[in-house]
Write a protein of this length. Structure first.
Length: 476
């Protein structure tokens, strides 16, 4: 990759001020396959200065100009979509089909959706004699994760462009190559210099410098709750806006009237997708106590159909998890489930049979889980599901909400009215009834320690706008 050891600043590919590199590890082999440069505070200063200089002119561009720009980004992205998918497979282990049809594809869909939103969005309205205007917030820092990298890059960059903001992106240093290709997309689309900037590096250095920078007006962060707290603290001294999409421990409530064969199978598939590395994965399945044993049998059979293997193999369903650190964390949490007395239904410690190299995790199902167990409390971020029995509707609502997180919840019932009643009681930003299709027009974000603010479509665009009131705009 031509620009792997460079940053994209002020419309040019530039070398870091202080040379320093980091290996990118292939999680399927545990071997380095590329090097990137990692930046420092000086690189962030340079990128922020470029964004600040570009802001006044870009903020004044018309809706039509920004629509045309986003359309060019869409076309440039399409031209590189296969390259992006290949990079995601190599750097974070997503199976080829998932990388192509989901990981890379969702980035394109966010860009296309923002074109639609921008064409109709109301930036100004009159309230009596007062003009209510929505204006770009300014220079935006963006810190994105490795698990759904294009989803998180595009659902920040697209609304920022639509708003008229300028930006500095720090992608995950674990899976950075897709972001470098994305910067090439932005360059090919003719984004004005300084509007989009990319600096690679780690959180404690580059992320901290972005969050604390006095010339950054907003930080949009996606990652763990622990890291989100650090970003918010770093941003506090300059009183900038902080939008956060953080961790999750989502409940999946199966009410007694469901088709358990279908509901359990889909719950397992949704939990294990992307090797369980999704913040909104339905990782806690709540089932009626008298159906618990039958559910475990269905869950076991379903989990064991998930072929774990090399992401390039055509029959692979689950690739490796992203890193040694993630693998070790998942193993620790699986061991805690065993030690604390949960029933290990299938899977467990170690790699799947025949896979002695790579960060591969055995698809794991625990039954008989109690709410106080570690596997019911902590975000595991791997192909591990906890099945908890319940006795009443009131109890399951209380158990489902008994978590510091509130990103998503799932409710399954043949009675739509009953499902809606449960959904209304969930303390979560997204509630999915009977496994609906995804909706990129719906707001995405969480309650409690799952963050603040919302992403996607007009809800994401609103995050990058300030509200101004101009009184006396019209004569009384």
């Amino acid at each position: 990759m031509a620009h792997a050891t460079q940053f994209y600043i002020d419309g040019q590919w530039v070398d870091p001020i202080v040379p320093a590199t980091l290996d990118v590890i292939d999680p399927a082999t545990e071997e380095p396959f590329a090097k990137i440069s990692v930046g420092g505070k000086g690189d962030v200063d340079r990128a922020v200065a470029a964004a600040k200089a570009a802001f006044p002119a870009f903020a004044r561009t018309s809706r039509a100009e920004r629509v045309a720009l986003l359309r060019r980004v869409v076309e440039a992205y399409k031209a590189r979509q296969d390259d992006i998918a290949r990079a995601v497979t190599r750097e974070m282990g997503a199976p080829r089909q998932l990388a192509t049809e989901a990981q890379a594809a969702i980035g394109l869909r966010h860009l296309q959706k923002m074109v639609e939103v921008l064409e109709r969005f109301e930036f100004e309205r009159l309230s009596g004699t007062t003009l209510i205007a929505k204006e770009p917030i300014g220079v935006c820092g963006m810190i994105t994760p490795w698990n759904w990298p294009l989803n998180q890059i595009t659902c920040k960059v697209a609304p920022a462009l639509a708003a008229g903001c300028t930006m500095v992106l720090k992608p995950s240093e674990i899976a950075p190559l897709d972001a470098i290709i994305f910067a090439e997309v932005m360059d090919a689309a003719g984004v004005p210099k300084g509007v989009f900037n990319l600096v690679n590096g780690d959180g404690p250095t580059v992320g901290q410098a972005i969050a604390s920078h006095p010339d950054v007006d907003m930080v949009s962060f996606t990652g763990s709750t622990r890291a989100g707290i650090l970003v918010a603290k770093a941003a506090a001294d300059t009183v900038k806006r902080v939008a956060q999409e953080l961790g999750g421990k989502s409940a999946n409530i199966l009410l007694p009237d469901v088709d358990f064969e279908k509901a359990v199978k889909r719950g397992i598939v949704n939990c294990f997708r992307n090797s369980g590395q999704s913040c909104n994965a339905p990782t806690r399945m709540f089932v009626p106590v008298d159906r618990h044993d039958a559910v475990l049998a269905i869950a076991k059979a379903t989990a064991e159909t998930h072929k774990v293997g090399h992401p390039d193999a055509p029959d692979t369903v689950l690739g490796p998890v992203v890193s040694q650190a993630q693998f070790d964390k998942i193993q620790r949490l699986i061991k805690s489930g065993i030690d604390e007395g949960a029933t290990l239904v299938t899977g467990g410690l170690g790699r799947p049979e025949g896979l002695n190299r790579g960060y591969y995790v055995r698809p794991t199902v625990f039954g008989g889980v109690r709410p106080e167990m570690t596997i019911a409390r902590e975000e595991i971020f791997g192909p591990v599901i906890a099945i908890l029995p319940y006795e009443s509707e009131e109890q399951v609502v209380r158990m489902a909400n008994d978590t510091p997180y509130g990103l998503a919840a799932y409710v399954q019932s043949a009675d739509l009215g009953r499902a809606r009643r449960i959904a209304a009681q969930m303390r979560a930003g997204n509630v999915h009834i009977n496994y609906p299709p995804g909706d990129l027009g719906a707001p995405f974000g969480g309650y409690k320690q799952s963050g603040n603010g919302r992403e996607y479509a007009e809800f994401g665009l609103e995050e990058f706008l300030e509200t101004k009131a101009v009184l006396g705009y019209e004569a009384a």
